[in-house]
Unconditional design. Structure first.
Length: 124
């Protein structure tokens, strides 16, 4: 899993506890946070960043939610958020992603699950 760029611990204090943000959770627990998705399956989250052709904001970031087998033995699927952050550098995008409150990350997970469902529904 890709971890966000380090940020000063005091920045996470605005959300109540240091591990209440995505970056804070990675830092404190040295692993990604886990969630139960709206579909009842277990997920972990990874921050992804990639280059874009936009010269003003040449980096974008999004989240990949890995769906785990019920036994936790392996990954059996995934869901992705749309682009959530844009910036001038990979570090800037990862820093912004790291500031996201975990409650918001859970909302993005459920939105990604709903979007995946919409895309896989067979037409009548």
């Amino acid at each position: 899993m890709t971890q966000p760029a380090p940020e000063p611990p005091h920045e996470d204090d605005v959300h109540g506890t240091e591990d209440a943000t995505l970056g804070g959770y990675f830092r404190v627990h040295e692993r990604p946070p886990a969630f139960t998705g709206s579909d009842g399956h277990p997920y972990t989250v990874s921050i992804e960043a990639e280059r874009t052709p936009d010269l003003r904001t040449p980096w974008e970031g999004y989240l990949v939610f890995l769906r785990w087998a019920e036994t936790g033995v392996g990954v059996v699927g995934h869901a992705e958020s749309p682009t959530l952050w844009r910036g001038r550098s990979e570090d800037e995008v990862r820093r912004e992603a790291g500031r996201a409150p975990l409650v918001k990350v859970k909302e993005w997970l459920d939105e990604a699950i709903a979007l995946r469902r919409e895309r896989t529904v067979e037409p009548d």
